[in-house]
Design a protein around this ligand. Structure first.
Ligand code: HEC
Ligand code: HEC
Ligand code: HEC
Ligand code: HEC
Ligand code: HEC
Ligand code: HEC
Length: 501
């Protein structure tokens, strides 16, 4: 049966056809199903994401990248089908043959086609729904964030698994909730997939991450800033790099205090918390290790600016940071232990036997050497330790322990280790607190309150040394008895780098 299209002049002898009918072929129709399926998947993913309140970065890849790709595929199929059919029609017309059969779903005669189409489409949409939902769940998991892009995220994933936050999901710190960040994370998530696929990512991954969300919206969702901590008693166990691995420990009472008067006296280290006082700073370098300018606004609104002597201008407004948790706790989840700290820890708990002569030095040396891959590191660590302790029955377990430290904290393929990620919580291996408390920052009214050599201001040294010495507590605080003697005029991190001094 032919219909005459009144808009087109169809020659009498040729069978007429509707222009739109070029879409009535199986290829174009499958294109329509795929396109609808992707739209459907997009809406579903979007709805799930809105309803669950929090989001994950890879939802964006699914909703804004994968779904649209299928939309494009669907549309392309639609066009390809139409082009093929049009050329078939043209050929048939030229030769005066019968036109190719068209798929017509609305006619009774084609009921079978309609049923086929409906069943096919339903199965496809159902599978799309199940598929998108499952994929969504997968991308939310820590497994996906930490392991799907295995090599890229391995350093962060492994260190995270050994951190106090091992049970907090990546997205709770890196995304948080809310529409604005949600979209930002989509964009950067999509970029990350591109960077991974085309090997465009930097090694190591750079920090600080420029779009890391402020602590108020991540950390402070779990940690209540007004909380009063008071004093924390911590012992730092070390071993010297001499033949005897001489133990040296220092026990500190850290004056963490608090920043909210309803919970306890305001003061101590958490005085900086954003609750009562506002602290802003300008960093001259990307890694925020050089801070020449600090501004404090107290609860009465009085503003004080501290500067180093070299820096006399005013920083640009856009370069001013508001101090938050992460300016001190910048490594809460990805703790790359330095060789010095990792070996000290293993020795203090007995995983490494401190009676093996000069083991502290040898182990730190083996860990600090440059290796191209983890396999190479493993082999060379074994060779090196065998050379020194080959005759000792403890050599096997010693090698295992050092290799374990290496694989937990060193990632040569990504060039990631303690050296590339400054840790700002203390002041021994990095400037940390001494970025501001170095005795070089002053305002019109005088020096910034606490200077680096006020050793009992941020903490009280309540015991130090080894053995019995550690049981002689001095609540008033001791003068620091540095194992290597005086270090006049130098800052700890001038000598201490996390490796051997
Ligand atoms: C407790 C919060 C928290 C959790 C949980 C967390 N991160 Fe991070 N992450 C951070 C902070 C803070 C930084 C910025 C560090 C800095 O500026 O020095 C960071 C940095 C990173 C970096 C940049 C490289 C680096 O090491 O600094 C990557 C990549 C990263 N995180 C991935 C992950 C992955 C993957 C997970 C889950 C397996 C995860 N993060 C879990 C807080 C977290
Ligand atoms: C989803 C909740 C959650 C988020 C988000 C979170 N934390 Fe935590 N954090 C915890 C829990 C739970 C612990 C306690 C772990 C334990 O005691 O086993 C903890 C422990 C800590 C500790 C003490 C660790 C130690 O070494 O004693 C610090 C410091 C800390 N978090 C800082 C942060 C910072 C900074 C951020 C933001 C980058 C953050 N947290 C984000 C839940 C969270
Ligand atoms: C001026 C630096 C600084 C700032 C800013 C800061 N902290 Fe701390 N915080 C410390 C230090 C130092 C400790 C002592 C523990 C240590 O040395 O690891 C500590 C301890 C903690 C602990 C462990 C308490 C315990 O009982 O074990 C938590 C949790 C914590 N901080 C969370 C936060 C949160 C959340 C914020 C932001 C609202 C924050 N801190 C801001 C320096 C800081
Ligand atoms: C960005 C600069 C900056 C950094 C980094 C910084 N502080 Fe401060 N801190 C200040 C300023 C400014 C003050 C107020 C000084 C004044 O009042 O003269 C202050 C005050 C303090 C006080 C006295 C609070 C009170 O009771 O009045 C302590 C304790 C302290 N800081 C410890 C630390 C520790 C520990 C760290 C490292 C974990 C640290 N600070 C890192 C800027 C900084
Ligand atoms: C601005 C505050 C501040 C001042 C001033 C300060 N410290 Fe500390 N110190 C800290 C904090 C915070 C930590 C805890 C770091 C951590 O949790 O890893 C620390 C840790 C230490 C440790 C243990 C580090 C380790 O890994 O063994 C020693 C030792 C120490 N301080 C000695 C000193 C001496 C000596 C002085 C004076 C020359 C001094 N501190 C001045 C804040 C300060
Ligand atoms: C002039 C260089 C120099 C300066 C500055 C310096 N140290 Fe040391 N420190 C050494 C040397 C050398 C040793 C002995 C290392 C060994 O035998 O392992 C040592 C040992 C230590 C140890 C025990 C062993 C270890 O590796 O942890 C601690 C803790 C320590 N220093 C803390 C500090 C602190 C805190 C400061 C700053 C307040 C500081 N040092 C400043 C050179 C220095």
């Amino acid at each position: 049966m032919t219909e005459v299209n009144p808009d087109e002049a169809v020659p009498e002898e040729q069978p007429a056809y509707k222009r739109a009918s070029i879409f009535r072929n199986w290829i174009s129709l499958s294109g329509v199903i795929v396109a609808f399926g992707s739209l459907f998947a997009f809406m579903l993913l979007f709805a799930i994401d809105m309803m669950t309140g929090h989001s994950n970065p890879y939802m964006g890849i699914l909703a804004y990248l994968v779904a649209p790709v299928f939309l494009v595929i669907g549309t392309s199929l639609l066009i390809v089908g139409a082009v093929i059919r049009r050329s078939k029609i043209a050929r048939a017309t030229a030769r005066g043959e019968l036109l190719p059969k068209e798929v017509q779903l609305t006619r009774r005669r084609y009921k079978k086609d309609l049923v086929l189409f409906a069943v096919g489409a339903s199965i496809f949409l159902l599978l799309t729904a199940i598929g998108s939902y499952q994929t969504y769940h997968f991308t939310e998991s820590v497994v996906f964030c930490g392991q799907a892009c295995h090599e890229v995220m391995k350093p962060e994933f492994v260190t995270y698994m050994h951190s106090p936050h091992a049970r907090v999901s990546c997205s709770e710190c890196h995304i948080g909730s809310g529409a604005n960040w949600y979209v930002k994370s989509k964009i950067s998530g999509a970029y990350q997939v591109y960077a991974t696929a085309f090997d465009k990512y930097p090694r190591p991954i750079k920090t600080p991450i420029s779009n890391l969300r402020p602590a108020q919206e991540t950390c402070e969702q779990c940690h209540w800033p007004p909380m009063y901590v008071g004093n924390l008693d911590r012992t730092y166990n070390h071993f010297l790099a001499d033949k005897e691995n001489t133990p040296y420990s220092v026990r500190l009472s850290l004056k963490v205090g608090g920043g909210d008067a309803t919970q306890g006296p305001i003061g101590g280290i958490h005085w900086h918390m954003n609750v009562n006082n506002k602290i802003e700073y300008y960093a001259a370098d990307k890694q925020k290790q050089n801070i020449p300018w600090v501004r404090v606004t107290n609860p009465q609104g009085v503003v004080t600016v501290y500067r180093t002597e070299e820096f006399q201008g005013e920083p640009e407004a856009s370069a001013i940071n508001v101090m938050d948790c992460m300016d001190c706790h910048n490594r809460p989840a990805h703790i790359f232990k330095s060789p010095n700290d990792a070996v000290d820890l293993a020795m203090s708990v007995g995983i490494l036997d401190s009676s093996l002569p000069a083991l502290k030095r040898r182990a730190v040396e083996a860990l600090t050497a440059e290796y191209a891959t983890e396999t190479e590191a493993s082999q060379k660590i074994a060779t090196e330790l065998n050379r020194h302790y080959g005759d000792d029955p403890r050599v096997g377990s010693t090698i295992d322990a050092v290799q374990q430290i290496y694989s937990n904290n060193f990632f040569p393929e990504m060039k990631a280790n303690w050296q590339v990620y400054p840790n700002n919580i203390g002041h021994k291996d990095w400037l940390g607190c001494f970025r501001c408390h170095d005795g070089l920052h002053s305002s019109a009214d005088g020096l910034l309150n606490i200077k680096a050599d006020d050793c009992n201001a941020c903490h009280t040294i309540i015991a130090q040394g080894k053995g019995e010495e550690l049981n002689l507590l001095a609540p008033k605080g001791l003068e620091f008895d540095h194992p290597d003697g005086d270090f006049l005029g130098l800052t700890c991190s001038d000598c201490h780098t996390g490796a051997l001094q």
